[in-house]
Every structure is written in C-alpha cells, then in structure tokens.
Design a protein around this ligand. Structure first.
Ligand code: AQP
Length: 332
C-alpha cells in the first residue's frame, strides 16, 4: 500500500500533531510501499510568515521527525518545494475544482477570519495543493488527524472528477486513516477546541519539545469538568481528552485507563499519570532532536536524497496527466 502524508515546517509541533500524525507515520512506515512523508513548506506560504524562520523551522521539524523514529532510507522523506510536480499538478487539478467547494472548507473559513491584512488566494487554494501532494504519488492511504477529514473528502471528489473527465484510473482515489483514539486531541485549557498551532492557548498546548517540567505544569493545570468520575463522556471533554492522551501514551485502550482510575482519589491522579506518561513518550524525541539538529548539512543531504526518489514517482503521474489533458507535445 502506498502511503502519503504531509506536515508543515515548524519545530513547534504539539501533542496533537504527534499523536494524530507523527506517531502514525512512524508506526506504519514499514507497511508503506513506499511510505512517502513530505514537509510541506509551500503550504506555509498561505499565512503570514517569516522567510528565514521557514528555513530554520524546516530543519527543526526534520530533526524532530528523525528523532521520533522516521527512517529516511526505508521511506521517502522530502521537502515539498523540491519537487515542482506538486505545483504543476495543483494547476491541473484546479481545472476540476469548484471555487464554491474551496470557499466552504472549514479551515479556510476559520483561518480567513483571523487575517487582518490579506486573505491570500493561497489560503483558498490550500486544499488543491494538498490534493496534488497526495495524488501525484497515486497514494492509497493518507494518515491524518480528524481536522483533515474534510480536505480528504474534497481530494477524493477532485480525483474522481478528474478521472471521469480525462480517463479512468489516471489518478488513485485515496482513503484517509484517522486514528480512532487521538484523532482530535483537545486544548488542555479549552477542551471544546482542538489543540492547534495557530489557534488555541499556549498553556493548553503541550509542545513535543517542551521540557518535562513544562509538560507536567501544563497537564496538571488542565481544565477538567464538574463531578469526579473518571470516564469518557460527551459532557466531560476535559477528562475524556486526558484519558485519551494517557491511553495513547501508554499504548492501551481508553477503557483500561478508566478501569485503572476507578480507585483514583480524584482528577489529580489522572493528571499525574498523564503527565508522567507523556513525559516518557516524548523524552526520547527531545533527546534525539538535540543530537540531530546541529548537522544541517546532513539534514539537507537527507532531503536531497528523498526529493530524488519522490521526483521519479511524481514525474510518472504528471506525464500521464499532461498527456490525458492534452497539455504539451504528444507522448511518443
Ligand atoms: N489536535 C489535534 N489532534 C490530532 N491531530 C492533529 N493534527 C493537528 N492538530 C491535531 C494533525 O497533525 C497534522 C498536522 O499537520 P500540519 O502541521 O500540516 O498542520 P497544521 O495545520 O500546521 O497544524 P495544526 O496544529 O492543525 O494547526 P492549525 O490548528 O493552526 O491548523 C495533520 O495530520 C493534522 O490532522
């Protein structure tokens, strides 16, 4: 099965990104034929950003991914902007994407209201570029968090529409893989909202690279709910979130956590156990990051090798797409 997923270039990745995406990437890298993982620097241009920070953030993230256990030899790990086929395919796909659909995307709606100076066309086009990322590789499976469900549905519609218009089986219609537990980790201070890079609270967002004392402080101050039962329930978003985080960090089912917590003396025990488990889960990543981050030459070499592998795959798809769309000289 061909797996594809992307992530934006910043070292300020949070527990939601780790549980919803990064952990899945590592877990499934051996199953991929291949597993293709992309640092999507072009997506980062859709909101205001600082160019030098984009570069350093990219190295930060690559070091973090390697420290989390991604193996660049067995998989394809690369930088989006190194493979020009992504942007070319974006344009091709835009011919079968409705402006109305893009306008309705929740992410566009949420993020455009926050822009004071300029709502960029790039923000509107974000899901088309994302569709191109995946469809360029004819990937079957896309591991993502719950917040990407809508973009994945759009991507599937675009692929179907493209095939119906230009020829069956040119593009593969991909499936998402959203984890059952941990697909939507919530902000610890505002458990009705997802933990987020651009929204959310600083106090309620645990960063993968936070030191243990900071992680402990943030989790111990997490907002919980009324009552004292430690169970997952719709009217207990704070407690449910902590149970899910603890279950994922320990690699057990949430009901095992609920059972263990029956003898707890209150939410304090749940918070202490969660903090401990998250610290243990993230410690190797933080330590590995510190070792790997300094050698930018090695990081560039990894990206270059990944881009070469990625380009060979994307080129094949684009050749078929150009041919089917009647673009460029006829293929011999
Ligand atoms: N709270 C979350 N719980 C589970 N999974 C999550 N993801 C994001 N938030 C949660 C998943 O992590 C990946 C992030 O990809 P990205 O770095 O390209 O996305 P992003 O948009 O910069 O990250 P955020 O935090 O989601 O930023 P905001 O909230 O600003 O848009 C994706 O697979 C995503 O589903």
């Amino acid at each position: 099965v061909r797996i594809f997923s992307g992530i934006q270039p910043t070292g300020r990745k949070h527990l939601g990104n780790y549980i919803g995406a990064i952990r899945q990437w590592v877990e499934h890298q051996d199953r991929g034929d291949p597993a293709i993982y992309c640092i999507v620097d072009l997506h980062a241009l859709s909101l205001p950003y600082d160019p030098p920070e984009l570069r350093t953030g990219l190295y930060d993230l690559l070091a973090l991914l390697l420290a989390a256990g991604l193996e660049p030899e067995g998989s394809v790990l690369f930088r989006q902007s190194d493979v020009h086929e992504h942007t070319e395919l974006t344009w091709m796909l835009s011919a079968v994407t409705a402006v109305g659909e893009l306008n309705r995307m929740h992410q566009f709606r949420d993020k455009s209201v926050g822009q004071r100076e300029l709502v960029s066309a790039a923000l509107l086009y974000y899901p088309v570029l994302q569709a191109a990322d995946v469809l360029a590789y004819r990937a079957h499976e896309v591991p993502v968090g719950e917040d990407q469900r809508e973009h994945l549905e759009l991507m599937r519609d675009v692929a179907r529409r493209f095939n119906a218009r230009f020829g069956e089986d040119i593009l593969v219609v991909p499936e998402h893989r959203i984890p059952e537990i941990g697909g939507r980790i919530m902000d610890l201070q505002e458990p009705a909202n997802k933990m987020s890079t651009t929204g959310g609270t600083a106090e309620g967002t645990v960063l993968v690279l936070d030191d243990p004392a900071t992680i402990e402080k943030k989790i111990k101050r997490a907002v919980t709910d009324s009552g004292s039962d430690i169970v997952r329930a719709p009217d207990k978003p704070g407690v449910t979130n902590l149970i899910d985080i603890l279950a994922v960090a320990r690699g057990v089912a949430p009901h095992a956590v609920e059972q263990e917590m029956r003898s707890a003396r209150g939410y304090g025990d749940l918070k202490a156990a969660t903090a401990q488990a998250v610290i243990e889960m993230l410690a190797p990543v933080r330590e590995g990051y510190a070792e790997l981050r300094g050698d930018e030459q090695r990081l560039e070499a990894i990206l270059a090798a990944g881009a070469e592998k990625a380009r060979a795959m994307a080129r094949e798809t684009l050749s078929d797409v150009r041919d089917a769309m009647g673009v460029g000289p006829p293929r011999r």
